[in-house]
Structure formats: structure tokens, C-alpha cells
Design a protein around this ligand. Structure first.
Ligand code: ATP
Ligand code: MG
Length: 572
């Protein structure tokens, strides 16, 4: 059984464990993950995937991947394949259990006729506006549509003619006859079928009518003998309808619906509708833009699937909506990458360093540890020569006392290589520092001080003649607001202006040239970076997956610290 961070078993698993113990549903556990193939999966879906596949595994049950493809206008085959790839990438396997709601269209239709025959469904001709008006409000009961009084025969005839394509799209619908005064709005004679003249990605133009989610979902669950239909809170109001439909019809099983809160993540939006707008309006480069919370975006960014699964477990399940901080997700990403990511050295903004007392044409290589967290990752040789590059930020001409990096006259360690002392600063006409002249201590090969003298700073570096050029893309949160979705359709107003920063002219150690796209590394002292699929050996493109530390929180803290010191300055 799965424990979340608090060590408590979540309430869904409690329900299931109790059902298994009491022998309900014959003690079986069957779940499903039911995506609609109208977009790409996002990290919220991962929450549902982990839950459905997770409980099936933990309770010795099975989980079906069911495409809820009942709305032909938005659904496409390539979404089906992308969803499958994403679920597999997360590490889940549906085996033979892949289904489509469209596989059940004939059975669903027969059940609809059954409801009509029982006098529990009727054809309604009201326009959507009229229907809204007839349906009343929370404080006011609905009024019956004229269609409600139709005979079984007339309803059957009209429904069959709807199927035969005799009426235009939207002209009529089939509604359940339940309770127009119900305090539960979905029970006020909900629509079961509508006429839609659209090409379906699997059934083509066979069907002129399509079932609505509420009708198709529970019955699909029943066909698949799902025991626990786990869904998000917005369906809680639909549960009476879910149960009502199953109670009227002779179905292979009687699944039960349990709701849990959606995963909401700060500084992003988790709604396919909003994500589609980001893509279509060009705010991002595509569904797999590394700033997107889609699984394809996170993959491209270098986030390992294990981190997503661990995060979903870690945040657990709640019955109430809440907003999870993005930094909490990044914590899981860092945690996993720290354990598995190979370390390499790369310099994003290079500053040339010439080691004057190193032979002109000399070169040698040093052993570097691939992953201090994993001895089995071994070591590699990193080439070194007279000219190396260090990070521009690692030099200050006039440093404060506690700056333990390069400065005139200061000695630092070039990681794994040697100790160097800065002897001269070379500037261009504009006064810009363009080169440092240094001297090395030949006795310090490997990076150790021969006499045990104290050298506090250790810098990453790359050898000029061996380096491979890189372009780095640094990502910040896509939105500057914590909850842009709260603005509704205006969510784009919350977009951050600086979510992508391209840094050209970087250099990396040569081992990176052979890296397969999708591999994530730790660039020492800089962060985790992943090789982009568009990368070529001639021009390496890397995406910053996540910074090394929670620099974002740090910046915010630094902000408040400087405010505090400003306040102090005012009072003294
Ligand atoms: P969206 O709001 O992004 O369009 P959706 O619910 O319409 O999502 P579906 O394809 O119908 O998308 O979702 C498949 C399953 O994933 C559903 O069972 C849904 O409840 C679940 N799901 C969707 N978003 C989240 C989320 N943020 N957290 C947890 N589960 C989610
Ligand atoms: Mg949905």
C-alpha cells in the first residue's frame, strides 16, 4: 500500500481496502484511466494515471486505458498515440486492456432505446437557450419540455430517425426523464445523446448521434466491469446520475464512483483548453515546449518520469482543491536527478583564461567523478590545455572579501585539474574584461594543494581546444502569478515575460557531444540540463531542467532580506 508524505494511506485507498475486505465487487479491483483524446496529457493527468494504475497494482487488480472518445469534433488519432506514449513513458502498462468508448457505441445505443422503452428517456426539441431557461435555477424548479409528454413509440421513432441522420446537427436531443425539481442540477432531465454531423476518428461517418459523457462514462465502466471509477471532484454532482443510469439498465456490473481533488500546480495552468490556447496563440513553441506542464513538455525539459511519479505520491490525495507549489515539484525533480544524473562541466558565459606557465601545445587529462552519489557511475577523463574557459560570473576585478572565486592575485582550484592564480586582467577598448592571465602550480595536478594550503574556491571549466559549443535555454516559470487560472479566460495576462532565456556561446566538455537527446546531466555548479531532441553534434542544444537549489525561493528571500536591510539602513 502506498504512503504519502504524512505516512497516511489516502482516503481512496481506504475505500478500496474496505471494499476488498468486505468482498464487495467480489473482492476485485478494476480501475481505468479515461482520457479524452483531444489534447496532450499534463501533470494533472499523471496524478490520475498514478492513482488508477497504482491502486490496481497494489490491490492485485487491473487498470484499463480507456479513450473516452464520444465527442468527434475535438478528437484525433495522433492524440491517442501521444497519450499512449506518455502513459508508457511514466512507466505504466495496460497490457491488452486498451479500450475506446466508441467500441461500445452500438451497446450504448441499445441501452438508450431500452430507457426510451421504459419511458425513462424522451426526445426533446428545445434549443439550448430554451433548455437552459426551462431547466430553472438552484432556487427554482425546472419546467417540462413539450417533448417530455411524448409517447414511447414517438420517442423511439424520433430517436431512430436521429440515428439515421434525418435531422440536422443540434436539432433534437435525447434526454433522461428523471426529476425537474431535483436539487442536483445534473438530475434535471440531462441530455444523453445529441446529433452531431462530424467525422469520428475511429467510426468515421457511421454515427450521426453521439452519447454524452454522463451516459457513456458509467456504462463504459460497467461494460469493463470497473469496480472503482475514480474521478475528479467536479463530477461529484454527477454521481447521482451515474448511479441512476446504472440502476435503470441491465449492465454487466455496477461500478462505484469516488471523487478526489484535481492536482493544481502553481505558476501554470492545468486545463487542456488553456494549454491549447497557449499553443495556438503562440505563447509557447508547441505542446512539448519545455515550459509546458504537459508530460511531453516535461520530458523535453529533462524531467525524469520517476520524479513525476514520486511527486504524485508525495502530494497524496485530498478531497478539497488546493494549489501545490511549483517548488515542491522541482524538489522531486532535483531529488531524483541528484541520484542519477551524470555530472559534466560546461560554461554558459565563457571567460578565457590563459595559463601562461603551461606549455603552448601541452595537453593532459584528469579523472573526474561521474556521480558522487553513485560510485558505480565511475569516472571519465576530462582534457585540459593551456587555454581554458571559466564562467564570467566566477571572476570579479574588485571582489568583496567573501568572494571565493577568481580575482586579481587570488588562487582557485579548477575542479579535478589544478590550482591557478590570476596574475593579469586583459580588457578591450571598452574596458570589458576579455581574458585572464593565470599561472598554475604544476604540483597541484588533480586539484590538490601540494602543501595543504587552503584554497576555498573551486570552479568548473572547459578546455578551449576540446570544448563543444552549446546553446542553453534557461527556463523560468511560465506565469508570474501563482494561480493564473483564477483569471479564467484572461489567464494569459499572467504570463511571465522572462520564462525563456536563450544563452548562446556556451561551451561544454567533449563528452557531451556523444550524449543522446533526452539525456539529463548535472552541469557542475549550474543546474540540471537535458539534451534537446533538436540538438545535433555540431550544435548542442540543452534545456535547463531545474536549477541546483531552489534558487527561486532564494531570490524571493533575498528580496525580502534586501528590503529588511534597506529598512535597517533607514533606521540607522
Ligand atoms: P482538462 O481539464 O485538462 O481538459 P479533462 O478532465 O477534461 O482535463 P480528460 O482527458 O477527460 O481531461 O481527463 C482524463 C482523466 O484525468 C479524468 O479522469 C480526469 O478526472 C483526470 N484529470 C484531469 N485533470 C486532472 C488533474 N488536474 N488532476 C487529477 N486528475 C485529472
Ligand atoms: Mg474530461
Amino acid at each position: 500500500m502506498d504512503d504519502n508524505e504524512t505516512g497516511a494511506v489516502d482516503f481512496v485507498r481506504e475505500v478500496i481496502a474496505a471494499d476488498v475486505a468486505s468482498g464487495k465487487h467480489g473482492g476485485r479491483v478494476v480501475t481505468r484511466f479515461p482520457p479524452e483524446p483531444n489534447g496532450y496529457l499534463h501533470i494533472g493527468h499523471a496524478r490520475s494515471i498514478c492513482l488508477n494504475f497504482g491502486v490496481a497494482e497494489e490491490f492485485g487488480g487491473v487498470c484499463t486505458l480507456r479513450f473516452d472518445d464520444t465527442n468527434p469534433s475535438a478528437e484525433e488519432d495522433h492524440f491517442v498515440r501521444a497519450i499512449e506514449a506518455d502513459v508508457r513513458w511514466l512507466g505504466f502498462d495496460w497490457g491488452e486492456r486498451r479500450r475506446f468508448a466508441s467500441d461500445y457505441f452500438e451497446r450504448l445505443y441499445a441501452w438508450a432505446e431500452d430507457l426510451i422503452t421504459q419511458g425513462k428517456a424522451y426526445v426533446c426539441d428545445l434549443s439550448p437557450e430554451e433548455m437552459r431557461e426551462y431547466n430553472g435555477t438552484l432556487t427554482e424548479p425546472g419546467r417540462p419540455s413539450p417533448g417530455r409528454a411524448r409517447s414511447v413509440e414517438e420517442n423511439l421513432d424520433l430517436f431512430r430517425r436521429m440515428r439515421a441522420g434525418e435531422f440536422p446537427s443540434g436539432a433534437r436531443v435525447l434526454r433522461a426523464k428523471i426529476d425537474l425539481a431535483s436539487s442536483v442540477l445534473p438530475m434535471r432531465d440531462p441530455i444523453l445523446y445529441r446529433i452531431q454531423d462530424a467525422e469520428h476518428h475511429r467510426t468515421g461517418d457511421t454515427w450521426k448521434i453521439y452519447p454524452l459523457y454522463d451516459f457513456a462514462h458509467g456504462l463504459s465502466d460497467a461494460i469493463e466491469e470497473v469496480t472503482h471509477s475514480l474521478c475528479t471532484l467536479e463530477f461529484a454532482d454527477h454521481r447521482p446520475l451515474y448511479d441512476w443510469i446504472l440502476a435503470q439498465l441491465d449492465t454487466p456490473s455496477t461500478p462505484e464512483q469516488t471523487e478526489f481533488a484535481r492536482l493544481n500546480l502553481s505558476h501554470t495552468v492545468l486545463s487542456k483548453r488553456f494549454l491549447r490556447r497557449l499553443v495556438e496563440e503562440g505563447h509557447v513553441a508547441g505542446w512539448d515546449d519545455p515550459r509546458m506542464p504537459t508530460l511531453s513538455g516535461l520530458r523535453r525539459r529533462g524531467v525524469p518520469p520517476e520524479a513525476i511519479v514520486a511527486f504524485c505520491r508525495g502530494v497524496g490525495l485530498t478531497k478539497r482543491d488546493n494549489l501545490i507549489e511549483l517548488s515542491r515539484f522541482e524538489y522531486y525533480v532535483r531529488e531524483h536527478l541528484n541520484r542519477v544524473a551524470p555530472r559534466v562541466m560546461a560554461v554558459l558565459r565563457p571567460l578565457r583564461v590563459v595559463i601562461e606557465n603551461y606549455p603552448e601545445d601541452g595537453e593532459e587529462s584528469f579523472d573526474a567523478v561521474n556521480n558522487p552519489e553513485d560510485e558505480s557511475a565511475g569516472t571519465r577523463r576530462v582534457p585540459f590545455s593551456r587555454v581554458v574557459y571559466v564562467e564570467r560570473d566566477d571572476f570579479l576585478e574588485d571582489p568583496p572579501r567573501k568572494f571565493f572565486r577568481l580575482a586579481p592575485g587570488r588562487e582557485v582550484r579548477l575542479r579535478y585539474a589544478c590550482l591557478v592564480t590570476c596574475t593579469e586582467v586583459v580588457k578591450d577598448e571598452a574596458g570589458e574584461v576579455v581574458e585572464l592571465r593565470c599561472r598554475w602550480d604544476p604540483e597541484s595536478r588533480g586539484g590538490n594543494a601540494p602543501d595543504g594550503r587552503r584554497v576555498r574556491g573551486t570552479l568548473h571549466w572547459v578546455s578551449a581546444k576540446h570544448a563543444v559549443p552549446i546553446q542553453a535555454r534557461l527556463y523560468n516559470p511560465l506565469f508570474s502569478e501563482a494561480d493564473p487560472g483564477a483569471r479564467g479566460g484572461d489567464f494569459v495576462e499572467g504570463l511571465a515575460p522572462d520564462s525563456l532565456e536563450r544563452v548562446d556561446g556556451g561551451l561544454a566538455e567533449p563528452s557531451l557531444a556523444a550524449a543522446a537527446p533526452g539525456t539529463t546531466f548535472q552541469f557542475e555548479r549550474l543546474g540540471y540540463f537535458s539534451v534537446d531532441p533538436d540538438s545535433t553534434p555540431e550544435r548542442l542544444l540543452v534545456n535547463r531542467t531545474v536549477t541546483l537549489r531552489d534558487s527561486w525561493a532564494k531570490t524571493q528571500k533575498r528580496g525580502t532580506e534586501s528590503q529588511r536591510s534597506r529598512a535597517r539602513a533607514r533606521t540607522t
